[in-house]
Structure formats: structure tokens, C-alpha cells
Ligand binder design. Structure first.
Ligand SMILES: [Zn+2]
Ligand SMILES: [Zn+2]
Length: 870
């Protein structure tokens, strides 16, 4: 027997049943489906974005298992270089220590200890959510196998000339003290100023005016550039200028990168601190003078400004320029500045020695795979976003000045200056026999993540798992890491394994609050998934997240949606209690009246539609169909239709059997969305051996309905429609619940009239009515509200139910009020330029309001018409 109420606190007992039974393991037989779980940070906690991501994967995986596919869902965690190191460093600093003073080894010991103590959290949270991946194959991006994969990939790419080391301008974060990649830089609009400076010619009169937003970097200027076609400056190209503060002599060069439309058309060139200038510097062989250091303070090269912060230097440089009389004017501007997406510090473009991966040769095949369909992107419109990015890709700065991560497998020789890249540490320098020292830097975390779909299956070894489960079926993740991760996996997968790493990329949106804002700590609007699970159960949260999704769109998480999810679990529970109370016999002959055939057919339709939606990764759609079937068709209609027949000893066993069969299929359909409550019910049903999680998916084609069943489906559909119309009429007339409505129906088709007459008891019960069925041509009652379907009219005579005079007055007042509201609404819509200027959503909302008022007016008018006939 089931308890009177469903208690989500029992969820973890159910989880243990699955785990003990090894329900997560692939069957090893049949068609293969596989997913690599995007690895959460090893020291992280479950946030609402993960909860969505994981729920989607778990739903797909559960569906595949029920369909008998050989399903592997491989879990794991990411070492998350910069995020984890920053956390530990913070703790170390609080103790008054410094990581550099501690030394690399001691510091890494601390990080490992922290990882050991906190890695259990995220994994137990995944279990709380109901995620059932193959725990026996769990991996970690820094484990031995994955480390070998990382070194193998690095060595191979280096040997192919795709990885190189060099002095390049990188995005330097002075906060994190490391280089970061282009996509880790966030651009924000800021108020700033454009400083116009005069650089005098070294010889003779005159000079050139240049403009800059960062005057402190002018200390590192090594040229001024003008466009080669700019007639204003053509005669000056090749002449020399005297730097107004350092006295250095710098050339005027002609370069197409100088924009004649910007400022004066002449730009100062600071190769060490600006990406465009860096390129100009390379083209003209200019010196690169680094005046800002890794700590964001001015270097020795900045002369008397050395040691100042960037802001202090700006103030003092501007003052000095003013004193020299070369500051011509200051113009306020808005411009975008780059900051570190992790810590928010302003990025300092710096020239430094880093490792890079040449991306062009990798990007072309990756874009091609999406164009020719080897890689399917859901939703389809994201495909172009993906290919556009690949078409414009820049080299990837791979090295990070951190300690926590995969150390770069390169060794430098101090004797001859040579570098060896190898899988294992070489004994000594192959060129000169001198001592070697391993490169200090580690790889960007995303480097190991980019190998995840195949490194976790054993690559570079040709393991049985790699043979069987690779390429994986789908990658499910948020669109926000399409470039960071998805594209890089495709590039690496295609280059290193000659295959796309997954056939489908399923992108979901971000979870936002009910006002559509991104959830964040600073706004305090975040939803803690563990809190929701504690309060309402994982099933409620999963259902809210899954049915709220449309591929690639952001979802809004309303508290009501979670309640809806919980109510749905309760609805299933109560339906199961009702069914069990009938002591259904799984061996009884199923009833086969029109109503039963109708239910079976609707079940088949639901199974087919859910299957189809899941095959298209439309989880939201699939969940909504399951909800409609269980709540609407099964509970609201069939259970109500079945109740009187269950009182009849002759019919009860057959009806009980249908109730039981369809309940079992309903549990199978809902299981991917609400695994816990469905499994809890399953265990109590007669004839359900084993676990639901490893049972089978309902077969959509089980009721290949004969023609008689087709008729039955149509009849019952029209019957439920007629009941709905009768209920609407009751509401329109303002009848009290419990007050019986004298419904009068006229059917054109005599067979339908007879069917309705035979089922009038059910009609009366469902519509709280006393049904009269009239033949075609019969005179309709006067003073009645009416509604119609094709070939069927439903009337509710108002006489005797309400006081006509009082009602007429009430409706009259309502009409007057509605007309006023409509006039006001039309004025609002007719405001000058409203339609052109207001946001589309606002216009649509106002129009919907107008339409709704119109409907209410029409209904009130009909009521008035009916009342005045009395
Ligand atoms: Zn930073
Ligand atoms: Zn050497």
C-alpha cells in the first residue's frame, strides 16, 4: 500500500536501490548511446545551471535505457585550474602566508588536500538530484590516464608544428597574475577620455598630433603611424619625432592599420601594450618597450614613473605632458575596456613568452563537420554562431602562470637554450647534454577539457570502451560555453581521433529568475537547487527545469513551476493510491468499452509524441505531453469516467486492469522527468517485478486500433468536448458549484444522440448536470446560453436558475465597464509612435489585453441576450 502522502524525503532510499542494482551500467548489448557528462569543478557545489544540465542528460539517459539502448553516461570532475587555485590561495593569504614563499610542492599539497576534502560535495549533490551516471567509470581531469592523454595531445600537436612558443601580446590579468585567453576577457562600456598629444619633429618646425585613451602607455611608444594614402602626412613618413617625455627619437611609419577617420589620423604605436600596435611593430621592426609590469605597476623602463600604479601614472603623465605644453586637449568618450571575467581586474595587454596553439588548421574541419551535418547542432540556429566563430578564430594562448593543473611537458636547457617537448622527463639535454628544467607554466584548464569525450574512454589507448562508445551520441551543455568548450572539443576530437567527438550538440539556455534576470550572488536572486530539493524533492525541481526548456532559450524559474512539479508528483501518487484501492488484478481481462478504447488510443498517441520529441532532444515538449496525458486524460477524464463502473462487480475487474496497465505506462513515460516518485509507485504495483529504471519503454504501436476503436475515440472526444462546453456555460451563467445545470443537447447525427443518451449518467456526473438529449430539428429552449461543436449544440436555459432582473442589471453594469476599459485600451494603442517605438513584447501584451477585453464583452453580450429572452 502507498502512504497517504508522497514524501520526497524517501528519494535517497530509492537512489540506493538503483545504485545497489547497478542500474547505471551499460548493458553492453544493442544500439549504443553515450554521453560524457560535462565535468563540474571538483571543489564546486551544485548550482541551478548544473541542475538543468544534469536533469536533461539524466532524462535522456533514462529514456535510452528504457528503450533498451546500450547506454553509457560517463561522469567526472574538472580540476578547474584558476578557480581552485584562487580558493586555496585565498585561504593561504588569510593565514598570513604567501604561495611563492611556500613553494610549488607545499602549495600543491594544500590544493590536493582541499580537493580531497571537498570533492564529495558535488558528487553527492548529483545523486540528490537523481542523476544516475556510470559511477564505476568516474574520471578526474588530473587523474593518471587523463594526464597521459594531455601530454600525448600536447606532444603530437607540438611535433606537427601546431603548438609553438613565442613572445606575443597576451591578455594579462594582474589580479590573477596569469595570461588568459581572448574569450576570458569581458568587455564593458566605460566613461573615459581621449587625450590629444603633440609630438614635435626631431628637426625643424611642427610635429604630429596623436590621440590616446591610455596616456601612461605613451612612455612605451616606439613610433607614430599614419595611413599610407593619407595626404596630410605623406610628406612626413620616414621623418623622426622626439618623444615629449623621454626624449627618445621615434620614426613616423606608414601602415594601413592607422585609421584616417579616427582622431587626427595619426596614432602612437606602443607594441608592448596594444594588440594592433603589436602587429604594426612586427611589420616595421619596431622596438617593444614594456612600461607596465605583471603587477600592473610601471616598470623601470617608465623612468621617473616606475613603481606607480596605472592610475597614478596616468595622472602624473598627464600633468607632465601639460607642463611640457604638449597636451592639446582632453575629450570625454565612452569606450569599451576589457576586464578579467573571473576577478574583474582591468586587463593589461602585455608581451610575454607563452605557448600557443595554431587554430586555423583545426578550425576548418570543425566548421566543415557542422556544415555537412556530421555534427548536428540543436537548436539549428546556433550552428551559424558556431561556424562564424570558427571562421574568425585566433590562436589559443595555452599557458597559464599557475601551479594547479597539467604542467607543460616541455624542458628547457640552461646550457644551450634549447627546449625539449616529450611525454616523460628526459634525463638531460639531447643537444648538449646539459641539465634540463621543466617549464614552470601549466596548461589552460580547457585544454584537458577539450579532450574529455575521448580521454575519459581511454584514449590514446585503443580501449574497448573507446571502440564501442566513441564518438559519443550527444553533448548537452549551455550555449554560454559553446566556444570555451564545445568548439574546442570538436577541433581536438577531429584532429586527434579523426571523428567528431559527438554526433549532436544539444544547447540549453541559462536559468533566469522570474523577472528574466541572470541569477547571481550580487543580485541575491539565485536559487539553491539543494534547498529546493530539501523542500519539494528532486522530482519537483527536475520537472520545473525540464518543462521550462525550449532548446537554446533561457528559462525562467518561477516558484510556481516548482510547485507545479510537486503537485504533479502528488497527482501521480494519488492516482496510484486510487488504482491500488481497487485491488486491480493484472490477470483480469481488460474492459473494452468505447471509453477504455479511447484511453488506450490516447495513451498510444502520448507515447508516440513523447518518443518523437525525445528523439529530437525536445525535453520540454516531451515533459509537457506526459503531464497532459497523466493529469488531463488519465486523471481528470478516465478516472472520473471509471468510477461508476468500478461500483459494478461485473465491470470492476476489467476496468481495474485498464487502470493498472495505463498507470504502468504513465510511470514509464514520466520516469525520465520524475524518476523517484515513479519508481516508488512502481514498487507497489502488482505485477511489476524489478526496477522501473531498468524496465522497458511503452510500445506506441501496441493498440493497432480496429475501425470500431476509431469510432470510439471520436465519440469520447466529442463527449468530453460537450462536457467542457457545458462546464463553461455553467461558469458563464455564474452558477454555484453543486447546483445542477439543466443541459439540453441537440445532435445532428442520430447515432451520436443515442450514444450521448446512453452515457447521460456520466455526462451528469462530470458536468454537474441533468442532460436532455434532443433529436435533430427539435425546438431549442428560449432564454438559454449556448455553445456549439460541429453537428452538436449545447444549451443551458437560464430560467429558474438566476433572478433575471437582477442578473440583467449586473450584466448591464459589466458591459458598461468593459466598454470603458476597451476605449481606454484603444487609446493606449493609438498613442503616437507607440507601435513603432515600444518594444515588441510590450505592444504584443497590450494587443492581447485588447483581444481579451473583446472576448469578455462578447460573452457578456450573449448572456444579456439570453437573459432578456426570459
Ligand atoms: Zn583575473
Ligand atoms: Zn642543451
Amino acid at each position: 500500500m502507498l502512504e497517504p502522502r508522497y514524501d520526497p524525503a524517501s528519494e535517497q532510499e530509492i537512489y540506493r536501490l538503483w545504485e545497489d542494482a547497478g542500474a547505471f551500467a551499460p548493458s553492453g548489448e544493442g544500439e549504443v548511446r553515450s554521453i560524457s557528462m560535462p565535468p563540474p569543478n571538483v571543489t564546486g557545489v551544485l548550482h541551478i545551471g548544473h541542475a538543468l544540465d544534469i536533469s536533461m542528460q539524466d532524462a535522456l539517459v533514462r529514456y535510452w535505457r528504457l528503450r533498451g539502448r546500450d547506454t553509457l553516461w560517463l561522469p567526472g570532475t574538472d580540476h578547474a585550474g584558476i578557480a581552485t587555485q584562487a580558493k586555496v590561495e585565498e585561504a593561504v593569504v588569510k593565514e598570513g602566508k604567501d604561495r611563492r614563499a611556500m613553494g610549488r610542492e607545499a602549495f600543491l599539497e594544500r590544493v590536493y588536500a582541499f580537493k580531497e576534502s571537498s570533492q564529495g560535495t558535488i558528487l553527492s549533490q548529483l545523486r540528490a538530484l537523481g542523476a544516475l551516471p556510470d559511477w564505476q567509470r568516474e574520471r578526474f581531469t588530473l587523474d593518471e590516464g587523463l594526464s597521459l592523454a594531455v601530454r600525448t595531445a600536447f606532444v603530437r600537436l607540438y611535433d606537427e608544428g601546431l603548438i609553438y612558443r613565442g613572445d606575443y601580446l597576451v591578455n594579462w590579468c594582474p589580479g590573477c597574475r596569469t595570461a588568459i585567453s581572448d574569450i576570458e576577457v569581458e568587455y564593458v562600456e566605460r566613461e573615459g577620455a581621449l587625450y590629444h598629444l603633440h609630438y614635435p619633429l626631431e628637426e625643424g618646425e611642427g610635429g604630429i598630433e596623436v590621440a590616446t585613451t591610455r596616456p601612461e602607455t605613451m612612455l612605451g611608444d616606439t613610433a607614430v603611424a599614419v595611413h599610407p594614402d593619407d595626404d596630410r602626412y605623406r610628406h612626413l613618413v620616414g621623418r623622426m619625432l622626439r618623444h615629449p617625455l623621454t626624449g627618445r627619437v621615434i620614426p613616423i611609419v606608414a601602415d594601413a592599420a592607422a585609421d584616417p577617420e579616427f582622431g587626427t589620423g595619426a596614432v602612437k604605436v606602443t607594441p608592448a601594450h596594444d594588440p594592433a600596435d603589436f602587429e604594426i611593430g612586427r611589420r616595421h621592426g619596431l622596438a617593444s618597450i614594456r612600461v607596465v609590469g605583471e603587477d600592473a605597476r610601471m616598470t623601470e623602463a617608465a623612468g621617473r614613473f616606475a613603481g606607480l600604479t596605472r592610475d597614478e601614472a596616468r595622472t602624473q603623465v598627464v600633468q607632465a605632458l601639460e607642463e611640457e605644453g604638449v597636451l592639446r586637449r582632453i575629450e570625454p568618450i565612452r569606450h569599451s575596456v576589457g576586464s578579467c571575467e573571473r576577478c574583474g581586474t582591468l586587463i593589461e595587454p602585455l608581451v610575454s613568452r607563452q605557448w600557443f596553439l595554431r587554430m586555423k588548421p583545426l578550425a576548418e574541419p570543425a566548421a566543415e563537420a557542422a556544415r555537412d551535418g556530421r555534427l548536428a547542432v540543436w537548436p539549428e540556429r546556433m550552428r551559424k554562431v558556431y561556424t562564424d566563430w570558427l571562421d574568425n578564430i585566433r590562436d589559443w594562448c595555452l599557458s597559464r602562470q599557475l601551479w594547479w593543473g597539467h604542467r607543460i611537458p616541455a624542458w628547457h636547457c640552461r646550457a644551450c637554450g634549447g627546449t625539449v617537448v616529450a611525454l616523460e622527463a628526459p634525463r638531460d639535454c639531447p643537444a648538449c647534454g646539459g641539465p634540463l628544467q621543466q617549464d614552470e607554466d601549466v596548461l589552460d584548464t580547457w585544454f584537458s577539457s577539450s579532450l574529455w569525450p575521448f580521454s575519459t574512454l581511454g584514449w590514446p589507448e585503443r580501449t574497448a570502451d573507446l571502440e564501442r562508445y566513441y564518438p559519443t551520441t550527444a553533448l548537452v551543455t549551455g550555449y554560454d560555453i559553446l566556444f570555451f568548450w564545445v568548439a574546442r572539443m570538436v577541433m581536438m576530437g577531429m584532429h586527434l581521433t579523426d571523428e567528431v567527438p559527438f554526433r549532436h550538440v544539444v544547447l540549453h539556455g541559462l536559468v533566469r529568475d522570474q523577472k528574466g534576470r541572470k541569477m547571481s550572488k550580487s543580485l541575491g536572486n539565485g536559487v539553491d537547487p539543494m534547498e529546493v530539493i530539501g523542500q519539494y524533492g528532486a522530482d519537483a525541481l527536475r520537472f520545473a527545469l525540464l518543462t521550462g526548456t525550449t532548446p537554446g532559450q533561457d528559462i525562467r524559474l518561477n516558484p510556481e513551476r516548482v510547485l507545479e512539479g510537486r503537485n504533479f508528483a502528488n497527482k501521480l501518487w494519488n492516482a496510484a493510491r486510487f488504482v491500488l484501492a481497487q485491488s486491480p488484478d493484472p490477470a483480469a481481462e481488460p474492459a473494452a468499452t468505447d471509453v477504455d478504447l479511447w484511453l488506450l488510443r490516447r495513451r498510444d498517441d502520448a507515447v508516440a509524441a513523447i518518443t518523437d520529441a525525445l528523439e529530437r532532444f525536445e525535453l520540454g515538449e516531451a515533459g509537457r505531453i506526459a503531464y497532459e496525458f497523466v493529469w488531463g486524460t488519465y486523471c481528470d477524464w478516465y478516472l472520473e469516467l471509471a468510477k461508476p463502473r468500478l461500483q459494478d462487480p461485473a465491470q470492476a475487474p476489467g476496468v481495474g486492469r485498464v487502470l493498472l496497465d495505463v498507470l504502468r505506462d504513465a510511470l514509464r513515460m514520466v520516469h525520465p522527468f520524475q524518476p523517484f516518485v515513479t519508481e516508488a509507485i512502481w514498487r507497489q504495483l502488482p505485477g511489476c517485478a524489478g526496477l522501473l529504471a531498468t524496465d522497458r519503454w511503452p510500445d506506441a504501436a501496441q493498440g493497432d486500433a480496429p475501425a470500431a476503436a476509431q469510432d470510439a475515440v471520436l465519440r469520447v472526444d466529442r463527449f468530453t468536448e460537450a462536457v467542457r462546453l457545458a462546464r463553461n456555460l455553467r461558469t458563464e451563467l455564474g452558477m454555484r458549484p453543486g447546483q445542477s445545470a439543466p443541459i439540453w443537447v441537440r445532435a445532428e447525427d442520430p447515432a451520436e444522440a443515442r450514444w450521448l443518451f446512453d452515457h447521460r449518467d456520466l455526462f451528469d456526473r462530470l458536468a454537474q448536470a441533468t442532460l436532455t438529449v434532443a433529436e435533430a430539428g427539435a425546438q431549442a429552449p428560449r432564454g438559454a446560453l449556448s455553445a456549439r461543436l460541429a453537428g452538436l449544440e449545447v444549451y443551458l436555459p437560464a430560467a429558474g436558475l438566476v433572478d433575471p432582473a437582477a442578473e440583467i442589471q449586473r450584466v448591464g453594469e459589466e458591459l458598461a465597464r468593459l466598454r470603458e476599459e476597451i476605449a481606454a485600451q484603444e487609446q493606449r494603442l493609438a498613442r503616437p509612435h507607440f507601435r513603432e517605438r515600444a518594444p515588441e513584447a510590450v505592444v504584443r501584451k497590450e494587443e492581447e489585453r485588447r483581444a481579451e477585453l473583446g472576448d469578455r464583452l462578447a460573452r457578456a453580450e450573449r448572456r444579456l441576450g439570453a437573459l432578456s429572452e426570459l
